[in-house]
Design a protein around this ligand. Structure first.
Ligand code: SF4
Ligand SMILES: [Zn+2]
Length: 334
């Protein structure tokens, strides 16, 4: 039976490390329960399971109680990240008095981050935000066709670019999210797309975060995954995108994969996954490609995978035939 979730409670919160003015610092992350992303209500993006974290009715009173809960957990971390499973700047999701209260409560922070779709990024709104704000934009891909057909994003790369430039003009920071391996792309096409997208995003981004596809429940991507029509990307592919992009952009490159090391998330052979993911985390802080120098024999399997996909011209999961559990739609560990 589905757990009954109270709209007066945060969906989740935790502490982690991130950079503040170039220094590794403590950060508090809070995920608020809201009425959700406006775009998800009309179908949403093919890989997004955020609808699951949203509720039909969330009142201002509920949102205030969530802020109270966050303040009880807040221990003066210099960086606070507020995720809403949608757009912080959408007034229907976060009414203006709630936005104002959050900004006031955390006004002592050195850095505050929230996400928004580009249509809510407007000059007059930006003027009301503190200079400590970083706005995260989910660009996903710089290819308009991929954005439309594979992701169903509902905006164009140019829309993100316009929003990013406006944010920079207002003196705030931009963290851009890119999706590594949208549905229908082969592994090698996904690597090329991500490398191109990093270059595109650099113009208006202070940070570029590569999010490898994580197969979330109830999504179109999950249907494809269950049918064996996609494999979450290899960690080798993620490392390749970071390695090829490093030194070519001004933005900080980073990745903090969800579901890493599971069959739903970015994964390798299973033996090297943890070590590789740790190396990606180290690189995200150091920007030193030497941190990506992990070794494992499965690099050959990855190369064979890339070659086989090219020859067969398919993005289907080529490992699936060798894995009975997955062929039956059961999950290994994700
Ligand atoms: S990925 Fe972002 S824009 Fe797309 S449906 Fe999810 S929350 Fe909305
Ligand atoms: Zn391996």
């Amino acid at each position: 039976m589905k757990e009954k979730r109270s709209p007066a409670n945060l969906e989740a919160s935790w502490k982690e490390k991130d950079l503040v003015s170039g220094k590794v610092s403590d950060a508090m992350v809070m995920i608020m329960r809201t009425s959700g992303c406006c775009w998800a209500k009309t179908g949403g993006c093919t890989m997004c399971g955020y609808r699951q974290a949203s509720l039909n009715v969330v009142t201002e009173d509920d949102l205030n109680k969530q802020i109270d809960e966050a303040l009880l957990k807040y221990k003066g971390e210099p960086f606070v990240k507020i995720y809403t499973s949608g757009s912080f700047l959408d007034e229907k999701e976060i009414p203006i008095p709630i936005r104002e209260r959050i900004l006031k409560e955390f006004s002592g922070c050195e850095r505050i981050l929230f996400e928004s779709r580009p249509e809510f990024v407007k000059k007059d709104v930006l003027a009301t935000l503190p200079k400590t704000a970083t706005i995260a934009l989910g660009l996903e891909s710089s290819d308009p066709d991929i954005l439309k057909i594979s992701i169903n994003k509902g905006f164009t790369p140019e829309d993100s670019r316009r929003a990013g430039l406006l944010i920079k003009e207002a003196g705030l920071k931009v963290r851009t999210y890119l999706l590594l391996k949208p549905p229908f792309l082969t592994e090698s096409a996904a690597i090329e797309d991500a490398v191109r997208s990093v270059k595109f995003a650099d113009e208006f981004s202070d940070e570029i975060s590569i999010n490898p596809l994580n197969v979330q429940r109830g999504t179109y991507a999950e249907r494809l995954w269950r049918a064996g029509e996609l494999r979450a990307p290899w960690i080798w592919s993620l490392a390749e995108v970071l390695r090829r992009s490093s030194g070519n952009v001004n933005a900080r490159l980073m990745s903090s994969p969800s579901g890493g090391g599971t069959s739903r998330g970015v994964h390798n052979c299973g033996n090297c996954d943890k070590e590789m993911l740790d190396s990606i985390e180290r690189f995200s802080f150091s920007q030193n490609i030497k941190d990506l120098n992990t070794k494992c024999a499965c690099v050959k399997d990855w190369q064979t995978y890339l070659d086989s996909e090219r020859i067969l011209g398919t993005a289907a999961d080529l490992e699936r035939g060798f894995d009975n559990d997955l062929a039956l739609g059961r999950e290994r560990d994700g």
